[in-house]
Design a protein around this ligand. Structure first.
Ligand SMILES: *Cc1c(COP(=O)(O)O)cnc(C)c1O
Length: 356
């Protein structure tokens, strides 16, 4: 048997913080596990990655990521099966998307096998941070940023790739209220909406705050040109159900992030014989459907919350109420089935769970 050598150096922590975690009151993304991954890009190549105790990093004040935003990230989760096996949900999909994000932002892509192996190794080392409690998981945040110590606008020559992980509980506990946004835009054609570029999220905070002042949780983004077509909801993809069919804005437009959760939900629904449609979805169509009570369901899909059902859609001065949760058979079933796959209760016939 060949000895399996890891390609990374590992420095284990001497004082684990695991016993100090308040599992009952976990705010999303506030608590971090014992270790993190770090890998530098210099002189045209990636150096050896290392796993080190979690902690602050030092940076040059001219660091280009801060000034010009060459910074991208990913988000995925590790789960604990009921039989204690720890798995990561479809990490190869995030690896591929991270490459696309890097290319669009003129950054050196992290090779997909290194991306997946770095996550696997890190989660393996911190596997006790993956709680098996219902609704809990370990959120994994890979990110890549430019580190050139230089104030000059050009693609940087040095970069740092890091991965940190954070134990999390349920994201939204109640159905969400969303508002259709007709002024601000998240992304425009030819821009960077399709990729997880850090600046997209910074730019969304002000519009999101305005709608929160009005009592909503999140915005429903519409196209930047006419505000006629629905694109996404907050940082999630959006899905509607009309006439038993699942309908979602097409990802052909480069203004929409190609979500792995939405892909999984659609693959699952299709395997049950549910019809799915990806096309332009107009505000008009959804508002009319809601007014005439033919809008059976609407929900957001993304890694953080998985599937967040929408209770109310705000449109101008109107509040459109969706049917009660217990009547939303399909989305409830999708939600439960997906969580069943991630906890090993339901057979993973798709091969989505990557065992560490
Ligand atoms: C990350 C993200 C999503 C969801 O993608 P998942 O792969 O399902 O987590 C949707 N929209 C935006 C804008 C995102 O950043």
């Amino acid at each position: 048997m060949p000895v399996l050598k890891t390609m990374f150096s590992i420095q284990e922590t001497q004082n684990s913080k695991l016993s100090s975690v308040d599992w009952e009151n976990l705010a999303f993304g506030k608590v971090f596990s014992d270790h993190m991954f770090e890998m530098d890009f210099e002189n045209g190549s990636w150096k050896t990655g290392k796993i080190v105790p979690f902690g602050p990093i030092s940076m040059h004040p001219a660091m280009s990521a801060i000034h010009y935003g060459q910074s991208i990230f990913e988000g995925l989760k590790a789960y604990r099966f009921v039989n204690d096996q720890v798995v990561i949900f479809r990490p190869e999909m995030n690896a591929a998307r991270f490459v696309n994000s890097a290319n669009r932002m003129c950054m050196p892509p992290v090779p997909e096998d290194i991306f997946v192996e770095a996550i696997r190794k890190l989660v393996e080392l911190d596997k006790n941070w993956v709680s098996g409690k219902e609704g809990y998981s370990l959120y994994i945040r890979p990110f890549l940023f430019a580190t050139d110590p230089l104030v000059g606008i050009k693609p940087a020559e040095t970069y740092k790739f890091m991965i940190i992980t954070s134990p999390v509980g349920m994201y939204y506990s109640e159905p969400v209220k969303v508002k259709i946004e007709e002024y601000y835009a998240r992304a425009s054609k030819g821009g960077v909406g399709r990729v997880k570029a850090a600046g997209n999220y910074g730019a969304s905070l002000y519009p999101a705050k305005q709608c929160q002042i009005q009592g909503y949780h999140q915005l429903v983004w519409t196209d930047a040109i006419e505000h006629k077509y629905i694109e996404e909801s907050g940082t999630m993809n959006i899905v509607f159900q009309i006439g038993g069919k699942l309908i979602s804005p097409t990802e052909e437009s480069d203004t929409i992030l190609r979500g792995i959760t939405k892909r999984s939900v659609f693959e699952l629904a299709q395997s049950w014989g549910v019809e799915v449609e990806e096309r332009k979805v107009s505000v008009e169509e959804i508002v009319q459907a809601a007014r005439s009570s033919t809008l059976e369901d609407a929900f957001g899909v993304g890694t953080a919350a998985t599937l967040a059902q929408i209770a109310i859609i705000g449109y101008r001065d109107e509040q459109l109420h969706l049917p009660p949760l217990e009547t939303r058979i399909l989305s409830n079933k999708l939600k439960n089935h997906l969580s069943g796959i991630k906890t090993g209760i339901v057979d993973d016939t798709f091969g989505w769970c990557f065992k560490i």
